[in-house]
Structure formats: structure tokens, C-alpha cells
Design a protein. Structure first.
Length: 315
């Protein structure tokens, strides 16, 4: 199979038929063998009924329905797990991503040898204040922190080699950082393509300003995971050891001072150095234990999915 199109969605019933027809026309005109995997992330508007009807009409349409809204990352994870195409394309269901980009994305993966191509919505039709400006700030911070030189990390239109999506773990809200996850997994050839951005035709956006706050928090997480995810002891253990040494040095000083130097009758517990030593040694021990526990946790494998599937179609 040439292409798997993975489409997470939440309450996008109005756009699904149009999106399906658009994708199917592109695939058929380019003689691609394909599958379209819709992941219904807990919709309440009848989106699943539309997906079911499309799957009855076309066996290339497949569907996954979550029991409730688990988030875009979990939806992508389930879609990646089922994708069979040599190239996997992700796109949003709101008609803001253009399926006409798919053939060129496919060629960049198969002919130019890229592991991942990320779309760049250079000209956007979003609100400048509510979405455009925060997005630019977010992308600048992501580039600086991750070392991945992309203009638009959060663009839903991306193309991957199948091996890439099978070897990354998209969880929490890490869908924004899939290129970084791919880089950390060893897939270094990451490219970018300017893609068309279209104004939303139906409904309203599901994302608010809170997504940028969450995005920056996730950025801190992925920075830490990139540098210390495989060896948490290198971070927590180092800080813990330094704090413990500082506390021990203060304790040693207080002991020597008490035994050999005039202290003018002051009790050790009345001196500020005592509390510095006590706090440093306690914190140092806790940091060291955190690193030790992190190493133990890494040895255990995730055995439970982070979402619950109600039903599937053709999968």
C-alpha cells in the first residue's frame, strides 16, 4: 500500500464527506493505493455515523472511535499503530489542510529520502493575536530548545516513512513535537514544505490560548526527555550529589567549629549554617532517590494504552 492518511477529529461531521471526496479524488487521480483512517476522539455530533457510512461505501475508509475525548496525541498514536502504508500522511479534519499537497509530500519521502516532512503554513488565515503571534513565539522557542529547524511545529499536515510512526511514542500532548520525537528516535532527515492554509469552512476551532501554555510546558518536558530521558540519574543524581556535598561541608564546618573553635556558647541549632546543612542534605537525598527511581521506571515497559477504543471499522 502506498499511503495511509491518518485523520484525528473531534466534532467535524460537517466537513467529513467533503474531505473524504477530496482525498479520494487526489488518490485516484495519482493511482495511489491508499487507506483513510479516521480517529473519532469522542465526538458528540454524529461524526462516527458519517465515518461508518463512508466505510460502507468505500472499504479504503477505516475508523477508530474512542469512548471519550482522550486528545489528539492519543488519536494519532492509535492511527499510527494501525497504518499500513509505506508513507503515512497526517492531516486535520477541518478542511484547513489541502489534500492536493499529498502527491508532493509522498515524492519527498519516497524519492528524496526524507524520514519526515512537516508542513509550513507560511500564510495563515488565523487571528493574528489569538493564534498567529503566539504560534510564532512558540515555534521560535521550540527551534531554540530542540535544535530542529522547522518554522511550524504544530502544522497537522505531515508525511512520514512508515518506520518512523512505528518507532515513536506520541502521548500526552506531544503531537506538537513529533519531529523532535523522531529526531530523538534516530530519524535525522527531517524536511519542511510550504503548504496552503485555508480558512475554516465549518464550525469553530477546538483550541484556545491554553494550548500555547500547555505547549510551552510540554516543550520543557521534551527538552528534559531529549537530554536526560534515558538517564534521569545524570540529572537528578548530579543535583542530589552536589546538594548533599554542600550540606555535608556545612555540617563538617559546624562540627569542627564546635569542637575546636570558640563558639561563644551558641548552640549548633541556633546557627543558620545548621539549617542550610540540614536542608541541603535532605534535598540532595531526595533528588538522588528521584533519579534512582527514574532509572527503575525506565526498565519497566508500558503495558497499557492511554485511551479506550469503543469500536473499529475495517481494522
Amino acid at each position: 500500500m502506498n499511503i495511509s492518511v491518518v485523520i484525528p477529529l473531534l466534532n467535524e461531521q460537517e466537513s467529513l464527506n467533503e474531505l473524504y471526496n477530496w482525498i479520494a479524488n487526489v488518490m485516484q487521480s495519482n493511482s495511489f493505493s491508499y487507506e483513510i483512517i479516521f480517529i473519532d476522539d469522542g465526538s458528540t455530533d454524529g461524526s462516527w455515523d458519517t465515518i461508518s457510512a463512508l466505510s460502507t461505501k468505500d472499504p479504503n475508509v477505516k475508523g477508530i472511535r474512542f469512548l471519550k475525548n482522550f486528545g489528539k496525541s492519543q488519536a494519532l498514536h492509535s492511527g499510527f499503530k494501525e497504518a499500513q502504508g509505506d508513507v503515512v500522511i497526517t492531516m486535520d479534519a477541518d478542511l484547513q489542510d489541502n489534500p492536493e499537497e499529498i502527491p508532493e509530500l509522498y515524492d519527498m519521502i519516497t524519492k528524496e529520502g526524507y524520514d519526515l516532512i512537516s508542513g509550513w503554513k507560511k500564510k495563515r488565515y488565523d487571528s493574528v493575536i489569538a493564534k498567529n503571534l503566539p504560534s510564532k513565539l512558540f515555534n521560535a522557542a521550540a527551534r531554540k530548545t530542540s535544535g530542529v529547524k522547522l518554522h511550524d511545529f504544530n502544522c497537522g499536515l505531515k508525511a512520514y516513512k512508515n518506520i518512523v510512526v512505528k518507532n515513536i511514542d506520541v502521548h500526552g500532548e506531544m503531537h506538537r513535537y513529533i519531529p523532535v520525537l523522531a529526531k530523538n528516535a534516530g530519524f535525522a532527515k527531517i524536511g519542511e514544505k510550504v503548504v496552503l492554509h485555508q480558512a475554516r469552512k465549518y464550525g469553530k476551532t477546538k483550541f484556545g490560548m491554553s494550548r500555547f501554555i500547555n505547549g510551552f510546558l510540554d516543550l520543557v518536558t521534551i527538552w528534559f526527555m531529549s537530554r536526560f530521558g534515558k538517564r534521569p540519574m545524570h540529572f537528578f543524581g548530579l543535583i542530589g550529589t552536589l546538594l548533599f556535598i554542600i550540606g555535608f561541608c556545612f555540617s563538617l564546618y559546624l562540627g569542627i567549629d564546635k569542637l575546636f573553635i570558640e563558639t561563644k556558647g551558641r548552640l549548633i541549632a541556633q546557627r543558620p549554617e545548621f539549617y542550610v546543612a540540614l536542608t541541603s542534605m535532605i534535598l540532595g537525598t531526595q533528588f538522588f532517590l528521584a533519579g534512582f527511581l527514574g532509572e527503575i521506571i525506565l526498565t519497566s515497559k508500558r503495558s497499557k494504552e492511554r485511551y479506550s477504543i469503543a469500536e473499529k471499522i475495517h481494522l
